[in-house]
Design a protein around this ligand. Structure first.
Ligand code: PMP
Ligand code: GLU
Length: 395
């Protein structure tokens, strides 16, 4: 707490994913041999056809401010992508391009929430949802799901969490951190509850859409009775390995898109112009162009699950998408390991970092204090070595 800083930032937590990645980087710089499985970031390079489009955009002299909500040609590519992949129909006025899906989410919280409005978060949830909501005055309301239920909430649990203050629900499918994918039937069952509460806006974060090993990605907005109350969030960070290029976007009811445009116009303006042009090419190409990355993630999932199964004390389910496993490690609570007393998932993640040199992220940050998140967006050799080290320090 620093009294010179605002209450807002004093009360905010640091992003646990970025904090762990920074800690791992620092230890590496000190010469320690650290394997980073903390950050959800594909280790592939950007596909050549996307790189070429960016180089061409520089040569074509793109340099000035873009429209705040994105170039019209990019909006057209996004509209085409939403139709092709999600059977969603949007007009240009319903699209807003932002500096990463993270900014899309922050815009939405700022334009939708008033002080005290409740934000329903099926837990585990992505680390930033709670703080993005709180900074906008919202109150996170966790709806816990367990590993036994593949980390998916039931319609009954959703309905029990709804109050007259419920304003928004944010979820991701495929889910970061659990990798869970809601089937069409499961989403429909949640929609059947939500249609009874028309004040609730649903934010459907679909950034892992293509990294799905069971097929059948379903957008909440594709249900006719949810279309007017759902915002579809997506971006190119994960599918095209473009994390540092910072492009995210939404398809939304027009009044919400206009509000995000207004907010963004005062805060950051349009997203990077070169990255926007490259994104047009990325989205115009069929998803089959990036299937090689999805196939590699699927192989790595198989590998990490088989190696984790050999480590006693880890309870793991089979994630259906994204590139994370989210094992329950509560078996170790109350135990002493190499002089470290393990009282929490955070203690356990710090123990793994100190003794095995493996960076993971505590589940507390994702709303599940029994688990840790392991990203397998890493090379097979790093995955093998990390699991070997973890097994050794636990023996
Ligand atoms: N949503 C989820 C579920 C994520 O994992 C991430 C990862 N950063 C984001 C949103 C934000 O992505 P970006 O800002 O890189 O587009
Ligand atoms: N979304 C990624 C993760 O969860 C990147 C880090 C971040 O933006 O929080 O690890």
């Amino acid at each position: 707490m620093n009294p010179k800083l605002s209450r807002r930032v004093n009360e905010m937590s640091t992003s646990a994913t970025l904090a762990m990645a920074a800690k791992a980087r620092e230890l590496k710089e000190q010469g320690k041999n650290i394997i980073g499985l903390s950050l959800g970031e594909p280790d592939f390079t950007i596909p050549d056809f996307v790189k070429d489009a960016a180089i061409q955009a520089i040569k074509d002299d793109y340099h000035s401010y873009s429209p705040v909500d994105g170039y019209l040609d990019l909006k057209k590519a996004i509209i085409h992508k939403f139709k092709r992949d999600n059977d969603l129909t949007y007009s240009p006025a319903q699209i807003v391009v932002s500096t990463g899906a993270k900014q899309s989410l922050a815009n939405l919280a700022q334009v939708l929430l008033n002080e005290g409005d409740e934000v329903l978060l099926p837990a585990p949830y992505w680390v930033s949802y709670a703080d993005i909501s709180m900074v906008a005055g919202g109150v996170p309301v966790e709806i816990p799901a367990t590993i036994e239920n593949d980390f998916k909430i039931t319609p009954e649990a959703l309905e029990a969490a709804i109050t007259p203050r419920s304003k928004m629900m944010i979820y991701s499918s495929p889910c970061n951190p659990s990798g869970s994918v809601y089937s069409k039937e499961e989403l429909r069952a949640l929609a059947d509850v939500l249609v009874k509460y028309p004040n609730i806006i649903v934010i459907s974060d679909e950034i892992y859409e293509h990294i799905n090993f069971v097929g059948d990605h379903v957008s909440m907005a594709s249900f006719e009775d949810m279309y007017d109350r759902t915002v579809t969030v997506n971006g190119v960070s994960k599918a095209y390995s473009m994390t540092g290029w910072r492009i995210g976007y939404i398809g939304a009811p027009e009044y919400i898109a206009r509000a995000c445009n207004k907010m963004q116009g005062q805060v950051t303006s349009g997203a990077n112009c070169i990255a926007q042009i490259a994104t047009i090419t990325a989205l115009e190409n069929p998803p089959s162009k990036i299937q090689y990355m999805v196939d590699a993630f699927k192989e790595r999932r198989k590998l990490i699950l088989s190696l984790l199964a050999e480590i006693p004390g880890f309870k793991t389910n089979e994630p259906e998408g994204a590139f994370y496993v989210f094992p329950d490690i509560s078996y170790f609570f109350g135990k002493s390991l190499k002089g470290h007393t393990i009282q929490s998932a955070e203690d356990f993640a710090l123990f793994l970092l100190a003794e095995a040199g493996v960076a993971t992220v505590t589940g507390e940050a994702f709303g599940d204090p029994n688990c840790i998140r392991i990203s397998y967006a890493a090379s097979e050799s790093d995955i093998r070595e990390a699991m070997k080290r973890i097994k050794e320090v636990l023996q």
